[in-house]
Design a protein around this ligand. Structure first.
Ligand code: SF4
Length: 272
């Protein structure tokens, strides 16, 4: 089955080692294996906006992102389109594609998928979203998120290790664990940081994201109907330092003011 492509563009809002000077080569596919009520990409993740694309055409899109000077190639939440993605990637590699492959995922990935990706993915970029299955069920429609995501992140680190940069500061290999801070500690940030500390090296790279905005259906849920406060975010950054994490990307608090992505207009968006 052909993957359904929603957008492909240089994206300047990712972590600096993924973005470089000319953007991360992001490829957005339609659909998602979670149903987050606050999804900022809901037009494509829930609405399935997009067009089917052949492996040949997708390979050309990848090569075009490299020609534009992108530092990395970054498919976003792609696991349900994996056959088409891998076929296109093989074609593009045969034609000289040299960009590191960044796998941007909500971390709800099976061991089978991750085995398949061994030796293909260079950088894993999972967002470790919850420390509670109650909240993952309430807000993302899966009741086993904690076990699945934690096992997946451990498997990712076993595959690629800590983040490695080249001489230009661009990512070539490794793991960056994202964590989107949610209001009322719905994301269980303290518990997630503790789990990371107990299960992975303190030198693992974190990315603590402040950009939450009550989009899509979030206003219908009392815990999620506001942005996080500066105090909440600063407290979490302080906690990460106190816990001894040595490598963390921290967002400017003003990143909350970034525009809402509108895929129907094909506008790029930033979170920092
Ligand atoms: S995992 Fe990300 S893309 Fe998927 S529904 Fe949740 S917020 Fe949206």
């Amino acid at each position: 089955m052909r993957p359904v492509l929603a957008a492909a563009l240089p994206h300047f809002g990712e972590e600096p080692p993924l973005t470089g000077e000319r953007g991360a080569g992001t490829i957005f596919f339609a659909g998602c294996n979670l149903r987050c009520v606050y999804c900022q990409n809901h037009q494509i993740s829930h609405g399935r906006l997009g067009e089917p694309v052949s492996s040949e055409d997708l390979a050309e899109i990848m090569l075009d992102l490299e020609r534009k000077g992108c530092a990395t190639l970054e498919p976003v939440s792609p696991s349900h389109h994996l056959p088409g993605l891998l076929e296109a990637l093989a074609i593009a590699r045969d034609r000289g594609l040299n960009l590191p492959l960044v796998y941007n995922t909500n971390a709800y990935e099976s061991p089978e998928i991750l085995n398949l990706l061994g030796g293909i993915v260079d950088v894993y970029l999972p967002d470790l979203k919850y420390a509670s299955n109650y909240f993952s069920r309430e807000y993302s429609a899966v009741s086993d998120y904690v076990e699945i995501s934690r096992a997946a992140v451990k498997a990712m680190h076993a595959q690629v290790g800590n983040l490695v940069l080249d001489l230009h500061g661009h990512a070539v290999r490794g793991l960056i664990i994202r964590h989107l801070v949610l209001p009322e500690n719905v994301a269980g940030t303290d518990e997630t940081l503790r789990w990371i500390k107990e299960n992975l090296p303190e030198t693992v790279t974190l990315s603590l994201m402040a950009q939450y905005s009550p989009l899509h259906e979030a206003k219908q849920f009392s815990r999620l109907d506001r942005r996080i406060t500066r105090r909440e975010y600063d407290g979490i950054v302080d906690l990460a330092w106190e816990m001894g994490f040595e490598n963390a990307f921290v967002q400017e608090f003003t990143s909350q003011d970034v525009g809402i992505p509108d895929f129907e207009l094909n506008k790029p968006f930033c979170w920092d």
